[in-house]
Design a protein around this ligand. Structure first.
Ligand SMILES: Cc1cc2nc3c(=O)[nH]c(=O)nc-3n(C[C@H](O)[C@H](O)[C@H](O)COP(=O)(O)OP(=O)(O)OC[C@H]3O[C@@H](n4cnc5c(N)ncnc54)[C@H](O)[C@@H]3O)c2cc1C
Length: 476
């Protein structure tokens, strides 16, 4: 489908958790829906999870991009049909109720409470079969973090996932290509992949979408008219699209994320094996200031994490089965997304206050404390010129030498670049995702989450998206 004379009732731009759910529920309500996605349409099984092949096929910007700042933060976003849900770990949290209360006050959000979200959470949890790892299959590296926290008397939990387990214990992650995308198609929606929308412009009776269809090195101009549009292109692309289209000067000025710092730990016993699976324990003792977890720790990921250690690759080669990667996830900082003329992707900058840098350093020391309590014999913090640390006291001395610029921060959780609410000073869309001052355009992705949550965000993205679609359908 292409050509300016083609007219659809609703175009959903972007097919991650926000866009896929939006498209499916609208199509199931009888709307004519077209989903436009810049990436490929591939099944979840098109490659092994957490591999280089997956990065090439399913990540935006070919993998990792950097938010400029001191320290800089590298970030990862999904870039195929299904968005981040295709490449993520699927760990699930509901939105914390105290965070919702803060948003309602600061951003003046109408009719939102934790209690009102409960039926919405429940519908998503049924649709995406939220489950715990079957007993006996919990990864050892993940249990190590739990053990350390328990020894210190810290709150540590096993987190459920968007996962469907069969009776034999095998399971499938419930990404969007396993759930809402097939549902949308079954209800009559069309998915147009490899189609990047660069600009949306108001026209009589609707919106003109313009962009490019790209397959390999071939670029074809793409145009479509839609009566209404839902922009669901994620935390960096959504504000860039709005700004490029001249629709909101506040878009992109309130980006938040979960800047995270990692430590590689080595234990006397084996904690890792090929295909170890997704670690599921998180330490919530210091949440929302910071929390801790275990990362995917396959040998290639360990090699990457040890790049700043002299002789790191030899250590990984000899000891990888006794090693795993852990992270401390913080909530500080604020970012800015600016589209640049002639550049494909926007410039992202991220700033920390000095107390937010102290939070990161405190988080690093507490993560080390937890790993030593779990029996780690040596750890390697993810900082430039890292070295072997053998005790908490050594870690504290090392932390006191560290400069902010040395921290290797990364994130997989970005949001808040177009916050929702009725306060026009600090919001881009109203309490239900409708763009201020324009008719027929809605945002329904992680951009509308007002601030950092302190927990994995997909549960919140999908709860807010469902709430907004139900409101939209109620008003139609
Ligand atoms: C590696 C990784 C691990 C994660 N782990 C977890 C986890 O365990 N639990 C959890 O809750 N969250 C996790 N997350 C975060 C979660 O995946 C995101 O919060 C969620 O995907 C955001 O959904 P979204 O719909 O807002 O945007 P996205 O998922 O980013 O989807 C946006 C879509 O829009 C497309 N797009 C962008 N620009 C355009 C354009 N101009 N035209 C057309 N299409 C466009 C993109 O290709 C993408 O498919 C993880 C993320 C990553 C990357």
């Amino acid at each position: 489908m292409s050509g300016v004379n083609t007219f659809v009732e609703i175009a959903v731009i972007g097919s991650g958790p926000g866009g896929a759910l939006t498209a499916a529920l609208l199509a199931e309500a009888g709307k004519e829906v077209v989903i436009l996605e810049k990436g490929a349409h591939l099944p979840l099984t098109s490659c092994e999870p957490f591999t280089i092949a997956e990065m090439t096929q399913k990540y935006s910007h070919g993998g990792i991009t950097v938010a400029m700042g001191r320290p800089a933060v590298s970030y990862i976003e999904g870039g195929s049909v299904g968005g981040g849900s295709e490449v993520n770990s699927g760990l699930y949290h509901r939105t914390p109720s105290d965070i919702i209360d803060e948003w309602v006050k600061k951003f003046e959000i109408k009719n939102l409470t934790y209690e009102k979200l409960i039926p919405i959470f429940k519908k998503n949890e049924i649709d995406l079969t939220i489950s715990y790892v079957p007993s006996g299959q919990l990864p050892k590296a993940s249990l190590k973090l739990h053990e350390g926290a328990q020894k210190l008397g810290w709150n540590s939990i096993e987190v459920p996932r968007w996962f469907r387990y069969e009776s034999d214990g095998c399971g499938v992650k419930q990404s969007m290509t396993e759930t809402f995308i097939p549902r949308a198609i079954k209800a009559g929606a069309e998915v147009i992949s490899y189609t990047k929308i660069n600009k949306v412009s108001p026209k009589p009776g609707g919106w003109l979408l313009t962009g490019w269809k790209t397959v390999g090195l071939d670029f074809t101009p793409f145009e479509l008219l839609a009566n209404k549009i839902f922009v669901c292109t994620g935390a960096t692309a959504t504000p860039a699209l709005l700004r490029r289209s001249g629709l909101s000067s506040l878009a992109g000025k309130n980006l938040h994320m979960h800047p995270s710092i990692k430590i590689v730990a080595k234990f006397p016993e084996k904690v890792n094996h090929v295909g170890m699976g997704v670690p599921v324990h998180q330490v919530k003792e210091f949440s929302p200031r910071y929390s801790m977890g275990c990362s995917i720790s396959s040998p290639p990921y360990l090699s990457l994490a040890m790049m700043d250690v002299k002789g790191g690759q030899e250590i990984v080669d000899s000891h990888w089965s006794n090693m795993a990667i852990y992270y401390a996830m913080t909530t500080g900082g604020r970012g800015f997304v600016n589209p640049l003329p002639l550049f494909k992707d926007p410039l992202v900058r991220y700033k920390f206050t000095s107390s937010e840098v102290v939070d990161i350093l405190d988080a690093l020391v507490d993560l080390a404390r937890c790993l030593f309590a779990a029996g780690a014999t040596e750890i390697y913090p993810a900082v430039q010129n890292s070295r072997q640390i053998r005790s908490v006291d050594e870690m504290i001395a090392f932390r006191n030498e560290l400069e902010a610029d040395q921290l290797n921060l990364m994130t997989i959780h970005l949001f808040s670049s177009c916050p929702m609410g009725e306060n026009r000073q600090n919001t881009v869309v109203n309490s239900f995702g409708a763009l201020h001052d324009h008719d027929g355009i809605y945002i329904n992705d992680c951009s509308i989450i007002p601030t950092a949550l302190g927990v994995n965000p997909q549960g919140t993205v999908m709860a807010l998206a469902r709430r907004n679609v139900e409101h939209f359908l109620g008003e139609e």
